[in-house]
Design a protein around this ligand. Structure first.
Ligand code: FE2
Ligand code: FE2
Length: 166
């Protein structure tokens, strides 16, 4: 079902992975991958960190998985508007399916701090905010690396053909 081989992690995320609307994230591009894959990565590493710190890792993992649960709500907005407003849509969508705790709402709502101005209230929110940032950097870097490799391949292809034509 997913590439993270941890039974406990699987059991925490499984109920959310069964939500049909959540699965629509598999078809939305986000940092060069799918929003679903990005959410799984943030959930997994938030799970690992919060478990090692003996925090309520189930609560953290669920909120981390749901932190970018928005679909097309911000499509008509500019980049800044999208960055600032999507956490509220994620809270709204997640609330339809999961009885979110106050801490989970804070985790989702503040995961874009400092782009959104309200700072996280809980250590768990700071963790997900940081994991999300690192995941985004990694994914954007990976995407750029792939694009550079493709550009390099095309460039070499053109050079080889140019040389052959001479
Ligand atoms: Fe986000
Ligand atoms: Fe994110």
């Amino acid at each position: 079902m997913n590439s993270y081989t941890d039974e406990e992690f699987d059991s925490i995320v499984s109920p959310i992975l069964e939500i049909e609307e959540f699965n629509r994230l598999k078809y939305i591009t986000h940092h060069g991958i799918t929003r679903f894959d990005h959410s799984m990565r943030v959930a997994y590493y938030s799970y690992k960190i919060s478990k090692s710190l003996r925090l309520d890792y189930k609560e953290v993992t669920e909120a981390a998985l749901l932190h970018d649960f928005f679909l097309d709500e911000v499509d008509s907005e500019n980049r800044v508007g999208r960055l600032r407003h999507h956490p509220e849509y994620a809270v709204k969508n997640a609330s339809k399916y999961v009885d979110l705790s106050e801490k989970q709402i804070d985790i989702i709502r503040t995961h874009m701090f400092p782009v959104t101005f309200t700072p996280p209230k809980y250590l768990e929110s700071w963790i997900v905010d940081a994991v999300d940032d690192v995941a985004a950097l990694y994914e954007k870097g990976y995407c750029m690396h792939r694009q550079l490799r493709t550009a390099m391949f095309l460039f070499m292809f053109l050079v080889v053909n140019f040389v052959k034509m001479r």
